[in-house]
Design a protein around this ligand. Structure first.
Ligand code: 4NP
Length: 167
């Protein structure tokens, strides 16, 4: 199949969703499946459009070997529903906004990201913006778990790594 296109969505696109974009890309690359996915992120709000991720998000991701400083915030658009195969919302508010925006497009291509981490015991990635650095560690943990779950879920559909035929 063609590249599978994933869009991660939160409120500001400077904390949770750019972390998710970076973490999923990193985990897919580690699994040899980096080529199988196109990843992007966006916010339902427009306050931070054009800005890099929050310094606390950059630091927490960098501490796990994941660089996200090159990313820039953008707002989600109606076209995202035709441009992406799956849209992963960080919380229910984001999901509701996405479904309203989807009008006429398949709104069911938007899902709660943490539904791919059933063992996490939470359905929403908490908004870390007004909290301290510990909040970002929890966000990273949840996003890592959901990224692994999502990759496992999609790996059956994703184009397998091309290996030379042996023997
Ligand atoms: P995010 O966090 O949705 O994870 O990017 C937030 C960033 C900014 C704001 C809220 C949440 N804000 O209100 O500006």
């Amino acid at each position: 199949m063609e590249n599978y296109r994933l869009l991660f969505v939160c409120l500001g696109n400077i904390c949770r969703s750019p972390i998710a974009e970076g973490v999923f890309a990193h985990i897919a690359a580690e699994a040899g499946l980096g080529h199988a996915f196109v990843v992007d992120s966006a916010g339902t709000g427009a306050w931070h459009v054009g800005n890099p991720p929050d310094p606390r998000a950059r630091a927490a991701a960098a501490a796990r070997g994941i660089g996200i400083s090159h990313l820039r915030a953008r707002q989600v658009t109606r076209e995202d529903f035709s441009d992406f195969d799956l849209i992963l919302a960080m919380d229910r508010d984001n999901l509701e906004t996405l479904r309203r925006l989807a009008k006429g497009n398949p709104g069911d291509r938007a899902k709660l990201f943490l539904d791919f981490a059933p063992a996490a015991g939470l359905r929403e990635v908490p908004d870390p913006y007004y909290g301290g650095p510990q909040g970002f560690e929890e966000v990273l943990d949840l996003i890592e778990a959901a990224s692994r779950g999502l990759l496992a879920h999609l790996a059956g559909n994703a184009k397998p790594v091309q290996r030379p035929v042996s023997g």
